[in-house]
Design a binder for this molecule. Structure first.
Ligand SMILES: *Cc1c(COP(=O)(O)O)cnc(C)c1O
Length: 501
């Protein structure tokens, strides 16, 4: 089997194995790890098939070439089972209308698609630590726009040899998301609100990662930092699997023939989910377009249509908070791939981004992007309408992020007339965003004074559905994490939470 090593997008770090890339998270030169070798695509007639676990094992074996078959299989079996996911298919596909299918990626313990990766990452990381003989305790440092935090907490809680430290933007998450995190149990967990938005929070975390003096101090005390954000290759890799699994499901149901092209619509924030779609396509999955759906924070759709990435704009808090992002970290990986692995060009753009808040790519790069991707955005009103329309027409509930995807897909259809089966990736359960979903369905007036937790009950009652188990008792769980800190105090806080200050 071919050995795959990983290089940094900034070109100033040694090649590493996948185990090392997963332990490190971010490369030491500030870049992101990506496979250094060209990926050999599957033949159309030999796409990975079988159940979810089988497909996962096949994909992981390609990219984790330094893991043994048993190591991969154990991790896959431990993560993707009916105790962790409430559907045997893991990512079931729901047919909405003729050509449109919804892939429900939210059947994991926290009801967002992040669980797909974060249920398995702890196993991949523990195995990596054992393989490398790493003695330090691993601190999983996480900035979250809402869903990663809870998902990482559930994945890593009480995992031996790890601590999980989560920072979330105090005013940037939904009430359900916040309660999910602040009531977290486990002996190795820390959850803290940051007085700022997601970009402030992510900036603070990146600063800690890039602080070499701090890394030495932590190493001397027996700690090492790693990341559960999608900058970690171990977060991205598991997301490739459901592109194949949903395609395979369409073939099995006779909806398409092997080799037929399919569109994927992806509600996008940090560009992790859709980048996994790019890698699936590189692996030979017959993808027509990857449709990149942004919310009102439309920096990505502007970029894909103009080649100008401009983050100098206000960050709005929207009803799809997990996409309220102006710096989409994983775009760096795509640009590096599309430029034939040229770290100098990439570094120049990334320097422009950090110094001036913007960069502009050349025509060739832009047309490379536009060959693969199509992008637009949905505003708040359109998002609300999409939720109401889908419910009225199909008696099917979608959350706000998925509604952004649906809206953008409708815009795509109004321009592209050619018919093509399409999979809309549904990234969260509607109950996770019960407040906005209820408002969209039933109108604001009568529910204005209700809390989001009360709206959970109302949503279930009015739509004749049941609240998912882990959300049902949320307001009766004791709040264990109440601290809120200023963004510039994150490093001090981290040190004190491991008793180093
Ligand atoms: C994280 C998240 C997104 C955005 O995914 P990216 O990989 O950051 O692009 C979309 N929807 C939901 C519900 C999420 O939790």
């Amino acid at each position: 089997m071919k050995i795959i090593k990983y290089c940094s997008t900034r070109g100033n770090a040694d090649l590493v194995t996948s185990a090392e890339a997963i332990i490190k998270g971010l490369a030491p030169d500030g870049g992101l790890y990506i496979p250094n070798e060209a990926i050999i695509p599957f033949k159309t007639t030999r796409l990975p098939s079988g159940d979810y676990r089988n497909i996962a094992t096949i994909i992981f074996r390609i990219f984790l070439s330094d893991y043994s078959f048993a190591e991969i299989e154990n991790a896959v079996l431990a993560a993707y089972n009916i105790d962790n996911f409430d559907h045997p298919l893991i990512t079931p596909l729901c047919k909405l209308s003729g050509d449109l299918f919804v892939a429900e990626l939210w059947h994991g313990p926290t009801y967002a698609f992040k669980d797909i990766a974060l249920q398995i990452l702890p196993y991949l990381l523990r195995t990596a630590v054992q393989k490398k003989g790493e003695k330090s305790e691993i601190i999983i440092l996480t900035a979250t726009s809402g869903d990663t935090g809870k998902s990482a907490l559930e994945g890593f809680r009480d995992v031996p040899g790890t601590r999980i430290i989560v920072y979330f933007p105090g005013n940037g998450v939904s009430e359900v998301q916040k309660l999910q995190m602040t009531t977290q149990e486990g002996s190795n967990v820390s959850v803290t609100a940051v007085k700022g938005n997601f970009d402030d929070t992510q900036y603070g975390v990146k600063k800690i990662f890039n602080d070499h003096k701090l890394a030495i101090r932590l190493a001397n005390a027996g700690y090492r930092l790693s990341s559960a954000n999608s900058i970690n290759w171990g977060r991205l890799l598991p997301q490739i699997v459901y592109y194949f699994a949903t395609y395979n499901e369409l073939v099995s149901r006779g909806e398409i023939k092997p080799g037929d092209k399919v569109n994927y619509v992806v509600p996008t924030g940090n560009f992790g989910n859709i980048l996994a779609g790019y890698y699936a396509r590189q692996l030979g999955l017959p993808v027509r377009k990857l449709i990149c759906a942004a919310n009102r924070n439309n920096v990505l759709s502007d970029f894909m249509n103009s080649g100008h990435y401009n983050s100098r704009r206000p960050l709005y808090t929207t009803s799809s908070p997990s996409m309220d992002i102006l710096i989409s970290s994983n775009l760096e990986r795509l640009l590096y791939e599309l430029n034939g692995h040229d770290p100098e060009r990439l570094s120049a753009w990334m320097n422009d981004l950090s110094e001036r808040g913007e960069y502009r790519v050349d025509e060739k790069t832009l047309s490379g992007i536009q060959d693969l991707f199509w992008s637009d955005y949905a505003d708040e009103i359109e998002t609300g309408h999409a939720i109401a329309d889908i419910y009225r027409n199909y008696n099917y509930l979608i959350d706000t992020h998925t509604a952004v995807g649906k809206t953008v897909f409708d815009k795509y259809l109004s321009i592209e007339s050619e018919k093509c089966p399409t999979v809309l990736l549904s990234t969260a359960s509607p109950f996770k965003f019960a407040g906005s979903v209820t408002m969209a369905l039933l109108g604001c007036h009568q529910y204005q004074d209700k809390t989001e937790i009360e709206l959970l009950d109302i949503l279930a009652r009015e739509t004749n559905t049941t609240i998912p188990v882990n959300l049902a008792g949320l307001n009766r769980k004791p709040v264990k994490h109440e601290q809120a800190i200023e963004p510039d105090k994150m490093c001090d806080h981290l040190l004190s939470s491991i008793s180093l200050s």
